[in-house]
Each structure stands twice: as structure tokens, then as C-alpha cells.
Design a protein around this ligand. Structure first.
Ligand code: ADP
Length: 380
């Protein structure tokens, strides 16, 4: 039998991002191997190469990596020592643990970006009781308290209205062993995300700046083009390029930005993997964020990130209780809106899929996407 020369990319984590990476890998001829927590995980459901293992176990990561040509990640909560062991064993990890540290630790990220001269919200590490009083005397109430590590979808973000509430919260968080910091509450006019793919050679593909809509810390919608001036667009892209090059990202990076009521851009946080704001690139851009992520992970030339039509709108399907989106599929007429379901068991508020519409008229595109998402959610 001839030896197969199919590259194997190991993906640590098996959520919907890994699932969509596998989807993109199929047409690229890449084989994916998945390190999942459970066989029910979104990507494990569709992969023939699944291993069950703990992403926090360095030995499990090293052993997994040794069966792959290169390793990438579905989420940030991966043991960095394990990734270093993989690299020592000769398996490239993209992004590297040094790059990943920015996404794993928001406080480290803030400190580094400040040193880089980027505009970030005013912040302060909260280590003892006097820190909160000192910080609030500068930024006033309400302010934001964030966990430095482990947060996602607004878990790990608290808006605090008074010293008493803040001290009670801090007592609880410190009691749970969390490192936390305080942050000024920004008067947000618009939230933006800049996605780029970058590979080892330094080649970059920059996606159109995305406008995102969050509620309670969760992304509900994303759309391109963002309704911003050329000047703000250029400035957002410039910030993303500076960060991508500084952290030497390999793969997709998303930079979340706040545009405040005075028209100033501040960097909220980054992700060093495909990002929810980039799901619209699957149907809305020449090359999806998932394909470009896999290309970058393989250190292959990147595809064009140009939009296909004037406008693309993505709406997340957040589960309404236990209603299953498949129950309403038969009511959805043939549609020019792309449906992406993740195979996840519906639980209140859980992201179980998304839809994307593209077209020339933004209002029409948004209304199509919202209407299909609403049917899939099971809204009456
Ligand atoms: P996560 O990592 O959980 O996504 P984020 O830091 O991105 O947390 O915060 C989630 C959302 O909370 C943001 O998208 C924004 O809507 C709101 N938020 C976060 N930080 C601030 C802030 N400093 N001022 C105002 N709103 C904020």
C-alpha cells in the first residue's frame, strides 16, 4: 500500500469552532484529529479521529500532539506546559504558547498593549481592598470588574455600582482564587471586531471590519460592512496589524474594539483563533476564517478575505430552553440564507448555531437572517 501523505492537524478542543475547522479542512485535503472532553462535543460528533482527553493535562496534550503534524486550538483553556512539551517533541503549535498567553490572560494582555502604546480602557489589578477604592476614585461608578483568566461570553465580567457591592464581589472572587482587575465602564457607541489571518512567513489576510451586537456579554449578531468612517476603519485595521505582528500570531486573530461615544477606539480584548464575529466569513467572504486558519496553521498561502457581496449579516441561534432547531427545519422554505447548526444539545442561552445572509441591501439581508434565526430558535 502506498504511504498516505495527508497532513494531520491536531485540534485541542471540540466545540463548534473545531467543527467548522474540520468542515474547511475537508476541501483542503487535511485530516483533523480532535482532543475532546466528551464524545458529545460538537466536533467530536462529526469526526472519525477523536481522542478523549483533558486539555489541562500536559501529558495528554504531549501524547496527542505526537500523533499530529501540527497542532492548533479550538479554545484558550489549554495547558501551556503541554503545548511547550509538544514543541520540544518537534510538533509545531500554532498559535504558540507565547502568543496564546495574550488570549489566556487579559491582565497580561492589557499590560503588554499599554506598553505597545495602544489605547485600552483604564484598568488596575485588584489585589487588596484598598485597590478598588483607589481605582474608583479615578474612574467613578459604575465600573467593570473582570477575571484575568477563564472568561467567555460575559462570564467573568461584572458591572459594579458601589464600593460595598464591589468589595463583596471581590471577596467572593478572591475566595475562588481568581486574579481580577478593575476597568472603566466605556460609553460604547459600537462594538467592532477586526479579524486577520497571519502565517509564519508574516503574510496577512485582513477581513472587512465587523460590527458586532452584544447583549449581556454575548454576541447576538455580526455584520459587514461596519457603519464607520474610512478613518476609523483604517485605524482599526492598523491596530489589528500592530497586534498581530507583535504577538506573531499564526492562524486567525480577532481584535475586539469599542468605539466610544466620543468616537475613540479602545482595544477590549483579542482571541487567537477563529471567532464568533467571523462566522459570517463562511458565506460572506471569498475565503472563510476557518479555511484561512487551517491554511495559516499549515503555513500555506492565504486566501482572499474580500467580501462577496455588499453586505453580510450573521445571527446567532441562542437556544430557547430545550427547543431543538431541527424541529422547525421542515417549516423553512428553500432559503438564500445559510444555516449552520452545531449538533449541540439545546440549553437556555447556549449558542447552538448561526445563520448568515448576504446581499446588496443591508436592511433586507438583516431581516432575512433574523427571520430564519427566529424560526430555528422556535419563536412563535
Ligand atoms: P468575554 O471575554 O466574556 O467576551 P468581554 O471583555 O469581551 O468578555 O466583555 C463582554 C461584553 O461586555 C463586551 O462585548 C461589552 O459589551 C461589555 N463590556 C466589557 N467591558 C466593558 C467596558 N469596559 N465597558 C463597557 N462595556 C464592557
Amino acid at each position: 500500500m502506498t504511504k498516505r501523505s495527508i497532513p494531520t492537524v491536531g485540534i485541542i478542543g471540540a466545540g463548534q469552532l473545531a467543527r467548522m475547522m474540520i468542515q474547511a479542512s475537508i476541501s483542503l485535503g487535511i485530516e483533523c484529529r480532535i482532543l475532546a472532553k466528551s464524545l458529545d462535543d460538537s466536533a467530536a460528533l462529526i469526526s472519525p479521529n477523536v481522542e478523549i482527553g483533558d486539555p489541562d493535562d500536559p501529558i495528554a496534550i504531549e501524547a496527542f500532539a505526537k500523533k499530529c503534524d501540527v497542532v492548533t486550538l479550538d479554545h484558550e483553556l489549554v495547558n501551556a506546559e503541554g503545548l511547550k512539551l509538544a514543541i520540544e517533541a518537534g510538533i509545531p503549535v500554532r498559535p504558540t504558547p507565547e502568543t496564546l498567553r495574550y488570549a489566556q490572560d487579559k491582565l497580561y494582555q492589557r499590560n503588554q498593549f499599554t506598553t505597545l502604546g495602544l489605547r485600552v480602557p483604564k484598568f488596575k489589578a485588584l489585589v487588596d481592598e484598598s485597590d478598588l477604592l483607589e481605582f474608583s476614585s479615578g474612574v467613578g461608578w459604575p465600573l467593570v470588574v473582570k477575571s484575568a483568566t477563564g472568561g467567555y461570553d460575559g462570564h467573568g465580567v461584572w458591572i459594579v455600582h458601589s464600593e460595598a457591592d464591589g468589595q463583596a464581589l471581590l471577596k467572593r472572587l478572591w475566595g475562588n482564587g481568581l486574579r481580577v482587575f478593575g476597568e472603566e465602564l466605556i460609553d460604547i457607541q459600537m462594538e467592532l471586531a477586526v479579524l486577520l489571518a497571519r502565517r509564519t512567513t508574516g503574510e496577512i489576510a485582513m477581513y472587512p471590519v465587523v460590527e458586532t451586537y452584544q447583549k449581556d456579554g454575548i454576541c447576538h449578531e455580526a455584520s459587514i460592512p461596519a457603519a464607520i468612517s474610512d478613518e476609523i476603519r483604517a485605524s482599526a485595521e492598523n491596530v489589528a496589524t500592530i497586534i498581530g505582528e507583535h504577538i506573531e500570531v499564526e492562524g486567525i486573530m480577532a481584535v475586539e474594539l469599542f468605539l466610544d461615544s466620543e468616537g475613540q477606539l479602545t482595544v477590549n480584548e483579542i482571541a487567537t483563533r477563529p471567532h464568533n464575529s467571523g462566522h459570517l466569513t463562511i458565506d460572506g467572504c471569498s475565503t472563510s476564517q476557518f479555511e484561512n486558519h487551517m491554511r495559516a496553521v499549515m503555513n500555506w498561502p492565504l486566501g482572499s478575505a474580500a467580501p462577496i457581496k455588499n453586505s453580510a449579516v450573521m445571527v446567532n441561534i441562542l437556544a430557547a430552553g430545550e427547543k431543538n432547531p431541527l424541529a422547525t427545519m421542515s417549516d423553512i422554505q428553500s432559503t438564500d440564507t445559510a444555516i449552520h447548526l452545531y449538533g449541540k444539545i439545546p440549553r437556555e442561552g447556549r449558542k447552538i448555531g448561526h445563520v448568515t445572509s448576504i446581499g446588496d441591501d443591508r436592511a433586507d439581508v438583516a431581516s432575512r437572517a433574523r427571520s430564519i434565526a427566529s424560526k430555528l430558535r422556535g419563536d412563535s
